[in-house]
Design a protein around this ligand. Structure first.
Ligand SMILES: Nc1nc2c(c(=O)[nH]1)N[C@H]1C(S)=C(S)[C@@H](COP(=O)(O)OP(=O)(O)OC[C@H]3O[C@@H](n4cnc5c(=O)[nH]c(N)nc54)[C@H](O)[C@@H]3O)O[C@H]1N2
Ligand SMILES: Nc1nc2c(c(=O)[nH]1)N[C@H]1C(S)=C(S)[C@@H](COP(=O)(O)OP(=O)(O)OC[C@H]3O[C@@H](n4cnc5c(=O)[nH]c(N)nc54)[C@H](O)[C@@H]3O)O[C@H]1N2
Ligand code: SF4
Ligand SMILES: [Mo]
Length: 700
């Protein structure tokens, strides 16, 4: 079989040259970088000082990116499974042999069960426009495969915000520098969005107060002027009380509310009972603190709310964002630069990027395709009611066995002998160990791409700096090879990278972007999206009362509801599992599941652990360094105990990102987590998880 190579976008190769690129990781910062190449080898990768947002700094993960590129564990050749699934026993084969095996099996599955028996699963392992998801859409449309829906990250926050504002579009995060009050609400800026921190410090230097609202005393909380620590998942109650005070004390911008919102009277009625005392009891706070927070928000201008993802991973996750978005509408904070609400800015990229050009509805079967939520990978692989059953699974840009909740169910699914699994990866992850065929993937410095960001308004260029080592290929090249191996002939399945890129960008001088490494989106410098209203809802106003939510069976007004997994709801497991489990991103050297296996990352973070409050540890006779079992009905983990002052009593935490190997047991943090879908937005409730903890020798 003839094999095409990805078009090279590199210049002629002098002995030593520098190449501009952009970090591809699933991180809001999308930093600009410069790779120094000697001959065929990348010898240095550093931040691009000219980049207006990242300003020359990278992070403890990517400062060692070349160790990842040149790791002895890098996958360099296609592999075919030899031993039992999960054991990681593979033999290297040629691309022709691997593609032949995939094409044979895929053809058989499609003939026997239909295209929907094939399930593609991908995440944002690279956020590059081409390499995240482009030609794959055409390939799987042509196959008639099941459609992957839902989101591990961001979909809920977008959907919740849009329920109030009509769009996920919100403030430019860097405008935080103009604020006088900064609420970092459910985001760990210094860890997860570190390049925004200087903008927060700039606000503080100009007199702003920085408040962190988080159930965990994070490194960001440590740096705040004021740390508010509600019980996990109770924020909507806190927001209702803030709105209660705004209405009670007439801190509402009536002109803004009258002209640019609907439903104020009904909202005022709803929040009437939500006194600071009531919210304080729900949130585990002092009423005086709730009062003080509300007064600060209602009396300080500009007031800027920054949030990201942490609070969306809850059964009522969309409601958090829907309710949060009501706050700046009530106070008219949107009027001011440095006011309003900032979240992902991803929705702004449609100013210059249109990835719908990658879709190919004309290649799909006439009857359409069924949808499978990516958060329910385990369920979709094990549910006997799935018709047709999933018989072939493709995974790229993700490590679902570590990142998806209810992981033991995913593992049972992946272990099925009758499931054919293909994984495209840079490393033999927990997921790849269950593959029948593993295909070696290029890293960001080996592939050309353009990176849309979700933490700032710059589009980044990424030039390929070196050729992929061994036989690794960019994802786009993988889809071209697979299409050819399947005998497909439609030209759109084989479109080249450069042509794909140019077709998706509009209003961008691609050559100038490539030359400079970044370009700001074609948007005004002063972004303020709703200073004069103009909300893209059905009513054209911010919807404090939402008919659209009512039509879909939701409460049309902001409402607090406790999770089913926990106090009071259906399926209450409080008695058996008294602790709420948090599984956050905790490590500066980790990016999700992507670095824990590398020698300068995992070991330096000291290994997996469970963190307990001193009171919970003492009640269980557990001391620092003891080994404890953490379990619920979904799974069990045995972990070293750390006792800290970061959590409240009743809350435990296990960091996310470690692989099963690191635990020395076929389980990870996500073996314990809740896979109930969120209220809307297609996400999942990792955070509404309850567990019990006992000394490892203890019994349940
Ligand atoms: N170092 C590092 N940086 C990263 C990542 C990483 O793994 N490591 N991952 C990247 C990715 S994919 C993403 S999406 C972003 C995420 O960025 P963030 O959203 O900032 O990070 P998270 O840790 O998911 O959650 C933020 C905070 O939400 C808190 N939280 C959880 N539940 C609640 C709640 O009910 N209420 C409130 N108020 N807070 C709550 C958690 O304690 C946590 O401190 O980070 C990116 N950056
Ligand atoms: N318990 C718990 N679970 C969580 C979270 C949490 O806070 N707690 N956070 C959630 C969030 S916000 C997210 S975003 C997800 C992340 O979940 P995942 O996306 O599954 O995790 P990553 O580590 O980002 O996986 C990226 C993988 O893609 C591969 N990759 C990178 N570039 C390429 C490429 O160009 N081609 C191919 N083929 N592969 C590539 C990397 O080698 C890596 O293994 O996890 C979610 N899961
Ligand atoms: S992981 Fe985030 S902070 Fe680190 S270099 Fe990439 S974009 Fe920047
Ligand atoms: Mo994420």
């Amino acid at each position: 079989m003839a094999v095409t190579t990805a078009p090279s976008t590199s210049e002629a190769t002098p002995a030593r040259r520098t190449v501009l690129g952009t970090c591809h990781h699933d991180c809001p910062d999308s930093c600009g970088w410069v790779v120094t190449v000697e001959g065929d080898t990348a010898v240095r990768l550093r931040g691009n000082r000219d980049h207006p947002y990242s300003r020359g700094e990278l992070c403890p993960k990517v400062n060692r990116f070349l160790d990842r590129v040149y790791s002895p564990d890098r996958l360099l050749h296609p592999l075919l499974r030899r031993g039992p699934k999960g054991e990681g026993d593979f033999e290297p084969v040629s691309w022709d042999e691997a593609l032949g095996a995939v094409a044979d099996r895929l053809g058989e599955v499609v003939r026997t069960y239909g295209g929907e028996a094939v399930l593609p699963w991908w995440d944002a392992g690279t956020q590059g426009l081409l390499q995240m998801s482009s030609l794959d859409r055409r390939f799987f449309a042509k196959l008639g495969a099941s459609r992957r829906t839902g989101s591990l990250c961001g979909g809920v926050a977008s959907a919740g915000t849009a329920s109030t504002n009509g769009s996920a579009r919100a403030a430019d995060p860097t405008d935080v520098r103009f604020a006088r009050l900064v609420l970092l609400w459910g985001t760990n800026t210094r860890l997860t969005n570190r390049h925004l921190w200087p903008f927060v410090e700039e606000a503080r230097a100009n007199g702003a107060t920085v408040v962190v609202i988080d159930p965990m005393r994070t490194i960001t909380a440590e740096s705040a002027d004021w740390f508010v620590q509600p019980l996990p998942g109770t924020d909507v109650a806190l927001m209702l009380a803030v709105m209660h005070v705004l209405v009670r004390d007439d801190l509402v911008d009536h002109d803004y509310v009258d002209r640019h919102t609907i439903g104020f009277d009904r909202l005022a009625e709803r929040v009437r009972d939500w006194t600071p005392q009531r919210a304080a009891a729900t949130c585990g706070l002092e009423a005086a603190e709730v009062e003080r927070l509300a007064r600060a928000y209602g009396t300080t201008s500009p007031a800027f709310i920054r949030t990201l993802i942490g609070a969306e991973h809850r059964e009522q996750g969309a409601m958090f964002f829907r309710t949060l978005a009501c706050l700046p509408a009530l106070t008219g904070a949107w009027r001011h630069r440095g006011g309003g609400l900032a979240r992902s800015v991803g929705a702004w990229f449609d100013a210059n990027v249109d990835d719908s050009v990658f879709d190919a509805p004309h290649l799909e079967p006439a009857g359409g395709r069924r949808s499978v939520n990516m958060n329910h990978l385990g369920r979709s692989l094990t549910d006997p009611a799935m018709d047709p059953p999933v018989k072939a699974l493709f995974v790229w840009n993700g490590n679902p066995l570590v990142s998806v909740p209810n992981a033991d169910l995913t593992r049972r699914g992946l272990a099925r002998d009758d499931l054919f699994t293909v994984v495209s990866e840079q490393f033999l992850t927990d997921t790849a160990r269950y593959a029948d065929v593993v295909l070696p993937a290029a890293t960001q410095i080996e592939q050309a791409d353009v990176v849309p960001a979700w933490g700032h308004l710059y589009l980044g260029w990424n030039e390929a700096a070196i050729a992929p080592p061994g036989e690794a290929v960019p994802n786009t090249e993988l889809w071209r090879r697979l299409a050819r191996a399947m005998g497909f002939t439609e030209p759109e399945l084989f479109e080249g990278d450069d042509s794909l890129l140019r077709s998706a960008l509009h209003g961008v001088d691609v050559d100038a972007l490539r030359e400079r490494g970044f370009v700001r989106l074609s948007l005004p410098e002063d972004l303020r999206p709703y200073a004069d209203g103009g909300f893209p809802t059905a009513s054209g106003k911010a919807e404090l009362y939402s008919h659209a939510l009512a039509d879909r069976g939701h409460d049309p007004l902001p409402t607090f509801r406790p999770p089913a997994e926990g106090t009071g709801g259906e399926g209450d497991t409080t008695a058996r599992f008294p602790l709420v489990l948090m599984t956050p991103k905790t490590h500066t050297r980790f990016l999700n599941t992507s670095y824990s296996h590398l020698p300068k990352h995992g070991p330096a973070e000291g290994g997996p652990f469970v963190e307990l409050d001193p009171a919970d540890a003492e009640a269980r006779g557990i001391a620092e360094g003891d080994v404890a079992r953490v379990w619920n009905d979904r799974g069990s983990l045995t972990l070293t105990v750390r006792i800290g002052a970061r959590l409240r009593p009743g809350v435990a935490a296990v960091p996310f990102g470690w692989w099963a190997d690191h635990h020395g047991q076929p389980a990870t943090a996500n073996s314990l987590t809740n896979d109930t879908l969120t209220d809307w937005g297609g996400g999942v409730a990792y955070g509404d998880t309850r567990v019990q903890v006992a000394a490892a020798s203890g019994s349940d």
